[in-house]
Design a protein around this ligand. Structure first.
Ligand code: SAH
Length: 376
């Protein structure tokens, strides 16, 4: 069911997205504010509006002198993303938004409300350069990296909806953020790490979400995993493994030719050791491709005794793909064999499938025509 949509379109442009307060630590926001001839505490006031009340509308900032509202908002709160299209399912508790950035780049985010939590799945890049053949985002290639504030804006938008009671279930908050939307987060390392800080630092520095409730998912960029481990953040690392052997993984996750399974897992264990956080091993079950009992055993051997948890994802359909999800019996046997190795395993739900909002289905380019049909 298509819902609401597009506000006024921001002027097109090239180069970097406009600077936004979410790109900057609070100290730098203060410098911008004083540069405008305002007292430094205005930076905290603006930040509280954005990170605590989820608004960037100057006319709602009654604690700021009227004459200062416009210039401050213009300097630090430009509108970065415009909702082009929104789809929902599960009675409105799963919602996918297609966003248009200042330069026309399109990204998607998905809000998923469960009885005990609300998870925002955010994009870190427009498109993706990793070219995994079973993932819709990977088919179109990379458009560009998102800025820190463009990533944060996706979460703030979800928080605004929840706070306003616009998601069935009553007013709520974003409790979890997963970097599992479009893009490879660790290929946009500095913006993603800064976004994690903005999301998890307390108001007014940031949004105040718990680091433990943030998950960064990667295809396995080994040097970047090591860098992230050294930062000692309490975020969960998810590794999209999908195969326990290099021969198969080379074809499912092409970057495996650069960093093979053993190196990726070594980096994951080093991450677990540095942070004390259990690593999530993502494994899309693809019928007759990677779901054989022998591969379950091999995976079980690789993971036995490690600080790891396997998240099996029944393959979600993507356009033009010949692959499909595993048969139920194969899936059950896969789970059983992992458990026999003492490896904790869960099967992920397929939330959002009907709206192409599930894992691997985010592909903004295929929505462009649909979106323009619906835009005013
Ligand atoms: N690039 C990062 C972040 C994307 S997360 C990464 O790959 O980890 C999206 C998750 O969904 C990844 O685990 C990805 O491998 C998985 N995925 C991609 N296509 C899928 C599909 N068609 N069905 C199920 N899972 C898929």
């Amino acid at each position: 069911m298509p819902l609401v949509l597009a506000g006024p379109r921001p002027a097109g442009g090239r180069g970097r997205p406009p600077r936004h307060l979410a790109d900057l630590p609070l100290a730098e926001r203060r410098a911008v504010v004083t540069g405008l001839g305002q007292p430094p505490f205005r930076a905290s006031q603006l930040s509280r509006h954005y990170f605590g009340r989820y608004t960037d509308r100057a006319d709602e900032m009654s604690d700021l002198p009227r004459a200062a509202r416009g210039p401050l908002a213009q300097a630090l709160l430009p509108r970065l993303l415009t909702a082009e299209r929104e789809l929902s399912c599960d009675g409105g508790t799963t919602r996918k938004t297609l966003w248009r950035a200042f330069d026309g780049a399109l990204v998607e985010s998905v809000l998923m409300r469960y009885p005990d939590r609300v998870t925002m799945c955010v994009s870190s890049q427009a498109g993706c350069g990793m070219a995994c053949p079973f993932c819709a985002t990977g088919q179109a290639g990379l458009t560009r990296n998102l800025s820190t504030a463009e990533i944060v804006a996706q979460v703030v938008a979800g928080a605004r909806l929840l706070a306003a009671g616009e998601v069935p279930g009553g007013p709520g908050r974003v409790s979890n953020v997963v970097f599992m939307g479009m893009g490879e987060p660790l290929a946009n390392y500095s913006s993603v790490v800064a976004a994690v800080r903005r999301l998890t630092d307390p108001v007014p520095e940031g949004m105040g979400i718990s680091q433990r409730s943030v998950t960064v998912s990667t295809v396995g960029l080994v040097p970047a995993i090591a860098r992230l481990a050294a930062m000692r953040l309490s975020v969960t690392l998810a590794v999209s493994l999908h195969a326990p052997d290099d021969e198969l993984r080379d074809s499912l996750v092409p970057v495996n030719r650069r960093w093979p399974v053993a190196e990726v897992l070594d980096a994951a264990w080093a991450y677990a050791a540095a942070t004390g956080r259990r690593v999530s091993i993502e494994y899309a079950l693809i019928r007759d491709i990677n779901d054989q009992a022998g591969r379950a055993d091999l995976l079980g051997e690789l993971l036995a005794g490690r600080l790891a948890h396997v998240n099996l994802i029944p393959l979600n359909p993507t356009p033009g793909s010949k692959w499909t999800a595993s048969r139920p019996a194969a899936q059950r046997e896969f789970v059983r064999r992992l458990e026999a190795h003492g490896v904790p395993v869960t099967v992920r739900d397929t939330r959002g499938r009907e709206i192409d909002g599930a894992c691997g289905q985010l592909a903004a380019s295929s929505l462009v025509s649909a979106a323009s049909e619906q835009s005013p």
